[in-house]
Design a protein around this ligand. Sequence first.
Ligand code: BGC
Length: 507
Amino acid sequence: MSTSTPKRSQTPKWYATAVFYQALVHAFQDSNADGIGDLRGLISRLDYLAWLGIDCLWLPPFYLSPMRDDGYDIADYYAVDPRYGTMADMEELIAAAHARGIRVVTDLALNHTSDQHAWFQASRRDPSGPYGDYYVWGDDPQRYPEIRVIFNDTEESNWAWDPVRQQYYFHRFYSHQPDLNYDCPSVHREVFKIIRFWMRKGIDGFRLDAIPYLYERDGVGGESLPETLHFIEQVRALVDAEFPDALIIAEANQPPAQTMEFFGAGNRVHMVFNFPVMPALFAALATGSAAGVYDVLDKLPELPAGCQWGTFLRNHDELTLEMVPPEVREVMYAAYMPDPRAKANDGIARRLAPLVGGDCRKLELMFSLLFSLPGAPFIYYGDEIGMGEDITLPDRHAVRTPMQWEEGPGAGFSTAAPQWPIVGGTSVAAQRAEEDSLLHFVRGLIAQRKAHPELALAPYEPVETGVDAVFAFQRGSLLCVHNFGAEAVDLGPVELGPFGWAWIPVE
Ligand code: BGC
């Protein structure tokens, strides 16, 4: 008698079926009463994530930083910011998460550094020294006219003048974040060294932050260039050779065809955040028509083996509208931005619950989509309790306020005055005590998702219902139906209330 071993490619990788949770260190739990969340605080809350059913924690940057872009402005890739703790705390966090069966992925912001990084300081002072060409220097601030300004609330140009070097440097984001020069081979070596350093410490993967923008070229601009895709292949080759269980996921906010490029033939990243589908879901909810969601998913063909989407509703950034057509953007502003203070660049810096007007039916509908669309779901901390926002705060801090663990001052987050205000109004403790709370609903969905691995792995097959408000698709033996409309609909096998949804077993 012979037993057959399944081929490697048939065994789903851990990330394909995982449920992810994004927690900002400074906003999750303060352990030393300075009003700022820290790594030891996060460790003390891991049991909550385990209770919820989380498989992987996504930790945005915790590296040494002047914090002018919430840590995405890195001053030293090898140091933990002292506000957050020590390297020993980080090591303990990784071990404590692993002990609970929770993996940890973090951000690798490799398009740019802080202008406080030693490389930049050396580069500006000594153009012919070892760091002289680590950044993109030039004499013509009009170069690359095709390249759009992303942070258009604050920046007018992608170039800034450096009085020390007496040249301009290129920056895709804030002017205090000079872009690294990927035409410099030493920069590649630095990135590989950083990857090895953190993966040897036990980090399970990286979100490649702002990854489409690594290279710039005259005439074609600076997004998703072949050179950038080739560099990603090199990163992937390193990971496959040395850390075969690790994940790389791309933050590539691009149109559908370019988004697909980041998967390559399965030789670039393992996962890509599904930026095309996210705004389409909110637009469908605003218009009561599912047509746009079907359209977007049509443009996203099936993925190569071993690849997966990262599905998300919200994250630490604005609800981005950079890639949607202008008419959809207008619909979104009208529906979701009654107060213009919520605008951040071209998007809307609001949280999930306030976006849907606190309507439980809409919240549940959106969570059902998050858990049934093709991809692995990413929950943004606090959205599982429908946390609110503070649109009076600068930049995107409206959606980065402290996690609300309990009612009352400090919200169980800190015993000190918090660095950023607490919004209040609900808490984990209050919702844990109530069976029919959003928190229990989300926890139940996570459990259901685990009971139905086809929601993670089966192909997406659109189903036409003839009702414009309804978005229906099959995943394996489950038919998932979602009603974006305010009217009840009778679909035969099921009746959906306004904003109702159902996962129906079919043969
Ligand atoms: C991050 C943002 C950050 C930007 C520039 C992004 O892609 O998600 O939060 O501001 O990179 O560093």
